[in-house]
Design a protein around this ligand. Sequence first.
Ligand code: BGC
Length: 743
Amino acid sequence: MKIKAFIAGLLALAAMSATAGTPIYLDESQPIEKRIDDALSRMTLEEKVKILHAQSKFSSAGVPRLGIPEVWCTDGPHGIRPEVLWDEWDQAGWTNDSCIAYPALTCLAASWSKEVSGLYGKSIGEEARYRNKTVLLGPGVNIYRTPLNGRNFEYMGEDPYLSASMVVPYIKGVQQNGVAACVKHFALNNNEVNRHTTNVIVDDRTLYEIYLPAFKAAVTEAKAWTIMGAYNLYRDQHLCHNQYILNDILKNEWGFDGVVVSDWGGAHDTNQAITNGLDLEYGSWTNGLKLGKKNAYDSYFLADPYLELLHSGKVGTKELDDKARRVLRLIFRTSMNRNRPFGSLCSDEHYAAARRIGDEGIVLLKNNASVLPISLDKVKRILVVGENAIKMMTVGGGSSSLKVQREVLPLDGIKAMVAGRAEVKYVRGYVGDITGEYNGVTTGQDLNESRSAEQLIAEAVDEARKADCVVFVGGLNKSEHQDCEDSDRTGLELPYGQDAVIEALAKANPNLVVVNISGNAVAMPWANNVNAIVQAWYLGSEAGNSIADVLFGAVNPSGKLPFTFPTSLNNVGAHRLDAYPGIKRTDGSQYIDLEYKEGIYVGYRWAEKNKLKPQFAFGHGLSYTTFAYGKATADKKTIAQGETITVSVPVTNTGEREGMEVVQLYISDPKCSVDRPVKELKGFEKVSLKPGETKTVTFTIGTDALSYFDAQRHQWVAEPGQFVAHIAAASDDVRSSVKFELK
Ligand code: BGC
């Protein structure tokens, strides 16, 4: 009894000292939820509403009276966006907001390296922290459903397992800086055209198996502190306030305790915003100023209209407290964490990180006759052709556009690598997009060219005949209808007549390397006539250096494709089934219904089901060395539900250079009561091997990797029977398989 009383006394004393001195919400020795309770109890209704909507383009209010700071957001996801004016997208004109552009997320996904993903997140997180941001608007993990989606370059490819695996280290890396990652765009935002009016129709199995896993991993494994709703609709509700996706799945099923942020202008209705899961509203296009309000932000759906409903008693405070609690939790996790590091900007380490990500993500698609790496012992005259060799790619493309401290162009990277050991000549070859401006940031490049296409090709061919080696650098760019937000591409073909230039060059010189810069698959009708093809993505500040690293063999390429390169759009499920970009409703409304008719058969799942040979398959990527795979073996023949099985395979570097190989594990369920893909990625490991070295790669397979989503029962089901584990170097290059049984 005495001891109990003593302890109670001690506790009372502790509580008194907390309240007598530092208020609980400021006392960092207290648990965060207790601090939030305390802060919340001190806030007025008006203050609670105030923290739920923007106060400028990229910020929202804190509680100044209590010393609770504002929230500041920044795009994302490839670098820290330059500062814009308070109320406008135009530049604020700062001179200290240049950043490093990291390679686009497609490149990160192509590295198939979780370590590289962690490095990416840590580095960009440090830049966000240095710039004093609370939330980094990224990464994006919408699944690559069609190669026409203008925003695929900001995402992590077509496979749910790959994108789920790659997104987790990025988020952890960002958040270790006390900066919140904001995973976007949740969910089903798989094309840009009509993005505000498209209502996606998709069955539950497809939703859970294909479109949700990366978001789920971001929330449940990486513990992302915020998530951004998508612009489009699902079940006739905009995804920024969507009962099913935000409340039922995100908050209830996955237990998300962070903040749902609207995409900029993605909120449309106060009542839905209150009840359907939105917490923090940004970018709404109100007519507040016209109504004579003192501040347009007061007219946001979660501002005065919400306050009026609260004051009139038409809505209660349950949702309000929940939203305010989440926003406070975000602030406590970030700006109110006094122990978070200070960050750094444009450091040597960050440039090195950007270069490494590029080096590991570039994919060597084809290399006949060992054209690559270019040997400077033999090659003395190099011809570089193509606009993308001299075009800055960090400006444009929409909200991910950046103001970089520097950007090494491919031509300059090549020249620096060659450094006088060979002659490097450049000719244009074709003219694409000569503009270079986004929201007031300009590249300052003059890409004007007045000669005709014929003249440019003739010049290129003439020079190609004289060269020992030709490097064509082309592909897409960040202008409208290329790899760009708010519009989609209009076809799979390369634009600006590049096919004709490549065909002509291939005839003129067999030592031709085509470097394709894009965030999307492109048609390559000339692929058989070209000896070497490199997929180079948007590589950011160190683009030219990374490309040169691979072309000249300073780095041995190790990237693998995170999505299929089909030979034609007709070989993509969404297009084959005429399920893009949807059908306009006949009821006079602006809405478009888009049914994902191909279901779970996205990317290689579609190609394999229909026995289509792609131009380059998911998971494909070559090296300057060769790898031999031994026989895959399993540690048992049967497993029971809930058990795991391990599959091991020895991999040997049989070539003469050190290199990295991405060993892939796919699972097949040949006999099942439901239709299943031929095989699905369920594991991968990037291993580094010296010449002659062998390493054994081991995968642990749980029943989750064997399951499909049973929509009727609303649960994952692993059906007993036989399964096959395939060890592969690419989805179309299985090296060894092993069977096992699930009891
Ligand atoms: C984009 C988001 C971006 C936001 C803020 C929107 O248009 O869809 O991805 O984070 O703008 O720039």
